[in-house]
Design a protein around this ligand. Sequence first.
Ligand SMILES: Nc1nc(=O)c2ncn([C@@H]3O[C@@H]4COP(=O)(O)O[C@H]5[C@@H](O)[C@H](n6cnc7c(N)ncnc76)O[C@@H]5COP(=O)(O)O[C@@H]3[C@@H]4O)c2[nH]1
Lengths: 192, 192
Amino acid sequence: TYGVGMACSFFEGYLAQIIPSDGADFVGFQENIEKYQNRERVVFPVQKLFIIITKSLYCPPNLKGFNRKKFPYLEACQSFEDVKKDVAGVKNRIYRNSAYKIHRKEGQPVYIAAECATPLHTLHRVLKNCSVYGELCDINVDQVVEDFCTTLNTVIRKNPECQGKCQLVYFDDTNPNVNLADVLLQEIEKIE
Amino acid sequence: TYGVGMACSFFEGYLAQIIPSDGADFVGFQENIEKYQNRERVVFPVQKLFIIITKSLYCPPNLKGFNRKKFPYLEACQSFEDVKKDVAGVKNRIYRNSAYKIHRKEGQPVYIAAECATPLHTLHRVLKNCSVYGELCDINVDQVVEDFCTTLNTVIRKNPECQGKCQLVYFDDTNPNVNLADVLLQEIEKIE
Ligand SMILES: Nc1nc(=O)c2ncn([C@@H]3O[C@@H]4COP(=O)(O)O[C@H]5[C@@H](O)[C@H](n6cnc7c(N)ncnc76)O[C@@H]5COP(=O)(O)O[C@@H]3[C@@H]4O)c2[nH]1
């Protein structure tokens, strides 16, 4: 149940910290998007955090790493306002989310909040280092990813403050014909 | 093997990012301590990151939460310089460590780099929420903590860039007669 554990810790240690308002300094993720829209004078057609799940578990530092066509393509923009909290002895730990715009062949760029699922990225790095992390290298990766996604979707659904504010997006990065910007535009069209 | 997974992800996703130099902008944890010493004109008798493991898994936001005597006691100071990296689609993700000083009844305050082991803090929060995280609530907590510490110590030892630069400190926070500042001073004396 390594995938189940990863999903619970990703939700409790991260999404539960950055999505809901804390009733004090931090207004919450969706309000953070609205502040960004007002400040930068842009529009986010979908005000959710897109969490990208890749087939290979590999995540590039910047999502532009998954651009494979001339159009549409992703470009990182100014980040959202930071969330700062004292956590487990670390003063002012910073949680930061990235905004991206999708440049299309025709029409205005489309703004979105997106990032990869960090626990999968970390797992990818662990699996590349089996001489150090021996025990974990026997795991069934597809099962772990499936458990991670199923558990995460369940936990998000059970949490009224996060339900509807974040969405998993599956991306087969091992298929050279698939372009992440297209996948994200399709997700946005489904929701709009 | 939930404890094993937590330790591998804590090392690969965090310690491996903040302890070694990256050969470019980030000089490495120990050099970061030296920069701090020069800038603030203070001395750290031990230039390691102390990672605190609590018996209850509970971690207060600020380590002063574990002060239980008049002296010695912990006070947070200026944080170390941030480590900034693009990670898994998040631009300029920030990793920040806290410096604390230990005020003693006699003598100068003692400076240290310390924080709790965040994965245990997250696990504590997960276990308090069993209605949401049902599956994980059956785990044997003592076994998980033991696996976490054993695996983490093994992985640190196998990694020449981190070996000797971070140290686990066990703190029985359920015992009202134990004061974290005393435990840390004893660890420092052992090492000096
Ligand atoms: N995208 C993203 N941005 C963040 O700021 C962030 N912070 C946490 N996470 C992910 O949520 C989950 C729960 O986090 P937790 O703090 O319990 O464990 C973390 C924590 O114990 C430690 N760690 C990581 N970043 C920091 C940090 N900045 N300060 C202290 N500890 C940290 O190393 C573990 C693994 O980190 P990641 O493998 O990057 O993914 C984490 C994890 O999957 C993040 N994900």
